[in-house]
Design a protein around this ligand. Structure first.
Ligand SMILES: [Zn+2]
Ligand SMILES: [Zn+2]
Length: 349
């Protein structure tokens, strides 16, 4: 029995070693980095299909609908989504984002543990001290998640509410179909997000650890890696038509992936709603007055605004997507001198 159990555990570990996300670092040559990124994309897709099949079979399937592999695939990967011009821009951005990640972005990771150690080294221990043990591990996990969640909310709120930053963030919203492969993000917006999440989040979480006397530990870092992986695979559903919900009650506490579909809606009623992060707290949206709980049959049109769809989408070409935001963002500075920098409510939906 023991041999059977250890065999099972080994098989599970081998399975995970192959299908879990693999750390990718810029210490590799670019070729290896790109291959690793491609393999991680394939893993994301695999987990989307596996988790999506379970969601479909248990919760989302209409009564009496077939449960064959073909029916599941038809539901999870509708051909209509992949035939749109919007997807072409997303796919063209994949290699560009690899180059940018390789050259620029990898150095932005700080993490709460690193920040806490740095603070202790520079300012000495705070008067408080939580003894090493489960309490310190739990607090480190809680503070790290809280720091990242709040920092990401701040980035996202700024990206929507400040006209200058909106022009760059709009690149993500100009996608007219959602699909789990890769949704375009403008490099400037990506850079600001990483700055907020990795440095801001690290300093917030690490600052809380420092103030309350929680020392960074490898055990907590290990748990955080596992939690991060679970979040990461759930997040594949944010950009898809699949309604991944935690259930009515939990949805009001923890932000579920399907709230992000409302966030991508071009309809005026949905504008600037649901800024939260999948798996994070809905509290920030509640406090900001931006929480929108979708109805069961909520109609959504994906895009930046109703006036910027199809031929009117300024990001319908790769050049428009990459260069347009610089011009538009500079223009907002002129507007800013005349009045408030908030982006105007333009269309009537
Ligand atoms: Zn947004
Ligand atoms: Zn999104």
């Amino acid at each position: 029995m023991d041999a059977f159990q250890s065999g099972l555990a080994q098989a599970a570990l081998a399975f995970w070693a192959y299908l879990g996300p693999q750390p990718n670092s810029t210490h590799q040559a670019f070729g290896a980095f790109a291959t690793g990124s491609l393999a991680n994309m394939a893993r994301n897709y695999f987990w989307f299909l596996l988790m999506g099949a379970v969601l479909y079979a248990v919760f989302l399937r209409k009564r009496g609908a077939a449960l064959t592999p073909a029916a599941v695939l038809r539901y999870l990967l509708p051909a209509s989504v992949y035939k749109t011009p919007s997807v072409r821009i997303d796919l063209m951005m994949v290699p560009i984002s690899w180059v940018l990640n390789f050259l620029l972005f990898a150095g932005l990771a700080v993490g709460s543990g690193v920040a806490q150690i740095w603070l202790v080294q520079h300012y000495g221990h705070s008067p408080l001290q939580v003894p090493a043990g489960w309490m310190a591990v739990a607090l480190q996990i809680a503070f790290t998640l809280l720091g990242t969640d709040l920092a990401r909310f701040a980035w996202h709120y700024q990206g929507h509410k400040v006209a200058f930053f909106w022009e760059f963030h709009k690149g993500h919203h100009s996608a007219e179909t959602l699909h789990p492969v890769f949704i375009r993000t403008h490099p400037v917006d990506m850079f600001i997000r990483l700055l907020y999440m990795n440095m801001g989040g690290g300093l917030l979480g690490g600052g809380l650890m420092y103030l309350t006397g929680v020392d960074a530990s490898a055990t907590a870092a290990g748990y955080l890696a596992v939690i991060g992986t679970v979040f990461h695979f759930m997040q594949q559903f944010e950009h898809s038509h699949v309604k991944f919900s935690f259930g009515k009650t939990l949805d009001t506490i923890f932000y579920p992936p399907h709230f992000h579909q409302i966030h991508h809606s071009a309809l005026l009623a949905h504008r600037d709603k649901n800024f939260g992060l999948t798996g994070g707290l809905c509290l920030w949206d509640k406090l900001a007055g931006t929480l929108y709980i979708p109805k069961a049959d909520e109609k959504i049109v994906y895009g930046a605004s109703m006036e910027e769809l199809g031929d009117n989408n300024p990001h319908r070409t790769l050049w428009g997507f990459l260069s347009g935001p610089f011009v538009a963002a500079v223009r907002t500075l002129g507007r800013h001198a005349e009045g408030p920098g908030e982006r105007p409510a333009r269309e009537v939906a």
